[in-house]
Design a protein around this ligand. Structure first.
Ligand SMILES: C[S@@+](CC[C@H](N)C(=O)[O-])C[C@H]1O[C@@H](n2cnc3c(N)ncnc32)[C@H](O)[C@@H]1O
Length: 256
């Protein structure tokens, strides 16, 4: 089943874009902490473009990549409305086509959890490594195994939006052998006097911190930091539902 089709519109209208807008405000402190002056940014799984537009507004040259044509259409509209020149490309994040081009790569709001096999994650990390300039940073978040397997399952059926325009329900389950969470989204969009129903099945895999780190290292990255709170930059705990990771492509001549 293809995802982020009609749901792209519900996503854009909901609170979801606040996550990456928050990351746009936090990034300067993260870059300063690691002594990086980024100008060029690759945003993987850029979605409906909120982060890209916020970063372009702060003077960064941004390229956004996503494999949903519907999300990208919304992203292009958002950039045009804001008067920002941003390159948006329809591409799978496992097969990126860039080489030594970006100072910073980002990937927000569970997007890497959508890669369900270790080979998918390794392919993505390797593409990001190739796309970054030496010394470039890769900063992203991921849901943890605990987040998907325990915290998500505390609300197996949840109404996420209930407004005059939208109604949205998530039904969740978790497979403890594969570490894959399934979320069935049913949304209704008001169309004047009637409602249009939208159904999608999203699947996210939980990776342990050990897996995340070893996959990054085997793709050529140094792991600089892992936090459970990007404002306070605090260490993850066993009950952390999400982690933020900072990794670096070693500078030329630096450690591999
Ligand atoms: C939860 S949304 C996050 C969007 C955006 N990063 C944000 O913070 O709002 C997940 C995004 O990942 C994208 N995505 C999932 N798998 C992908 C893949 N293999 N390649 C590129 N994009 C992908 C989806 O199309 C969707 O836009």
């Amino acid at each position: 089943m293809n995802i982020y089709r009609e749901f792209a519109y519900i996503y854009m209208k909901g609170d979801y874009p606040r996550f990456s807008e928050r990351m746009a405000t936090l990034l300067p402190a993260i870059l300063t902490k690691f002594g990086t002056e980024a100008r060029t940014v690759l945003d993987l799984a850029c979605g409906e473009g909120s982060f890209a537009v916020a970063m372009a507004g702060r003077g960064y040259a941004v390229t956004g990549v996503d494999n949903s044509a519907d999300m990208l259409r919304l992203a292009r509209e958002k950039a045009a409305e804001a008067g920002r020149r941003i390159e948006f490309i329809e591409q799978d994040m496992r097969v990126l086509s860039f080489e030594d081009r970006f100072d910073l790569a980002t990937c927000w709001f569970d997007s890497l959890n959508y890669l369900l096999e270790t080979d998918d994650i390794l392919a993505c990390y390797s593409c990001v490594h190739r796309a970054l300039k030496p010394g470039g940073l890769f900063v992203f978040d991921m849901n943890t195994v605990y987040g998907l397997g325990v915290l998500w399952q505390k609300r197996p059926c949840e109404v996420c939006q209930d407004t005059d325009e939208f109604f949205e329900v998530h039904r969740k389950s978790y497979d403890y052998e594969s570490n894959i969470a399934e979320m069935r989204i049913t949304g209704f969009i008001r169309m004047n006097e009637t409602w249009m129903r939208v159904d999608e099945e999203h699947r996210e895999r939980g990776y342990t911190l050990g897996e995340i780190h070893s996959n990054l290292r085997s793709s050529g990255f140094e792991v600089l930091a892992t936090w459970d709170n990007p404002e306070e930059m605090t260490e993850p705990k066993p009950g952390s539902g999400r982690v933020w990771v900072v990794a670096r492509k070693p500078a030329k001549g630096g450690p591999a």
